[in-house]
Design a protein. Structure first.
Length: 339
């Protein structure tokens, strides 16, 4: 079994070929960081244009790398949302054209499902159900992953995503874009207890996350001139870790444990967060697993793998790209905020 995967929902243009027995036989990825860096964030129109320029040669490239043709593929899987709609449309329309030309099934993938199932690509022993912390640029959720397409959202953020908080902290500290890796690097040189910062919603009896107040406190600490940047970075990261572990403890207390605790999404590439989650899992007698960092940030292998997990399914060629697409459609809005 072989699936071609396409990802274009944010600022990574990517294509990959993945087999049903978890081999990534080819993958290419082009980041647009230098396009967006001058603006301090992803500009949707610039992103869509860059995807449109790069995607077709990239797909041709991965097929060449693996020395296979579309006729060797069992399906074409593409991110169909959620994300920046112009970019999503570029990837989805390309996938439709390839599916039509090769008479192969199209599989429309939820980008969040790509993140949610990516740990199973990396770890063949990971079975359902598992407790997942999904932390990325646009999302911060705790999910009970019961099976493919079966996700129960236990918690979400009422304001910013965790990756967004890292990016805003980086911006405050003048570390540029994207911010997560830069904050992590600087934090290694700092003291995580040097700057008093809040742990929003820690100890709360509602299950959700909040990071807006933390970001504002980082801004005030920076503007006070009383703290070194590396101490602010380290203290921010420590506060983020404390929030995440507190909210996970609450979720595990409310819903019980599963055999495995899992983290995925771009922020899951953070080594300090991974270490803290590993400790947390151990204290609950849970196994811990996380994909390698390259499978945490946006990539097409996770989309191809989600296609492998859904092989046999086929979506219509008029499938419409979705700017919003919650993994758990039954989840209540958190205080009327994000899904
Ligand atoms: P979503 O998946 O919610 O649509 P996205 O696709 O933009 O959002 P990802 O590519 O999954 O997000 O993750 C990008 C985010 O991860 C950015 O906010 C980035 O700062 C953050 N990130 C990446 N590496 C690290 C790191 N080492 N430490 C902390 N954050 C990181
Ligand atoms: Mg990116
Ligand atoms: Fe993502």
């Amino acid at each position: 079994e072989l699936v071609l995967g396409i990802e274009s929902s944010c600022d990574e243009t990517a294509a990959a070929l993945v087999t049903g027995d978890r081999k990534i036989i080819a993958q290419r990825i082009a980041s647009q960081d230098e396009h967006h860096a001058p603006y301090g964030g992803v500009v949707p129109e610039i992103a869509a244009r860059a995807h449109a320029e790069r995607l077709a040669p990239m797909i041709e490239g991965v097929l060449k790398d693996a020395a296979v043709g579309l006729s060797d593929c069992d399906a074409i899987a593409a991110t169909a949302g959620p994300g920046l709609i112009g970019g999503v449309m570029v990837g989805l329309v390309s996938a439709k054209a390839l599916a039509m030309a090769s008479d192969k099934p199209l599989i429309a993938i939820n980008h969040l499902e790509g993140h949610a199932l990516s740990p199973r690509l990396a770890d063949p022993t990971l079975d359902f159900p598992y407790t997942l912390l999904l932390v990325s640029g646009g999302h911060c959720q705790i999910l009970l992953v019961e099976g493919v397409g079966r996700y129960r959202r236990l918690a979400t953020t009422i304001d910013d995503a965790l990756g967004e908080a890292f990016d805003k902290t980086a911006k405050i500290l003048g570390l540029g874009f994207p911010g997560g890796p830069a904050v992590e690097r600087l934090a290694r040189e700092g003291d995580g207890s040097a700057v008093p910062l809040p742990r929003p919603l820690a100890g709360s009896k509602e299950p959700h996350f909040s990071f807006a107040g933390l970001k504002s406190a980082v801004l005030r600490a920076f503007q006070s001139g009383n703290y070194a940047p590396q101490d602010i970075a380290a203290s921010f990261q420590q506060a983020a870790i404390d929030c995440v572990t507190d909210r996970l403890r609450f979720a595990l207390m409310q819903h019980g444990t599963t055999p495995t605790l899992v983290v995925a999404g771009g922020v899951a590439s953070n080594a300090a967060i991974r270490a803290a989650l590993e400790d947390l899992a151990e204290s609950y007698a849970m196994r811990f697993t996380a994909p390698p960092p390259k499978l945490c940030t946006d990539n097409a292998a996770m989309i191809a793998w989600a296609g492998c997990e859904r092989l046999g399914q086929s979506d219509p060629l008029d499938f419409v790209a979705r700017p919003r697409w919650p993994l758990d459609p039954e989840a209540e809005p958190a205080r009327g905020a994000g899904v």
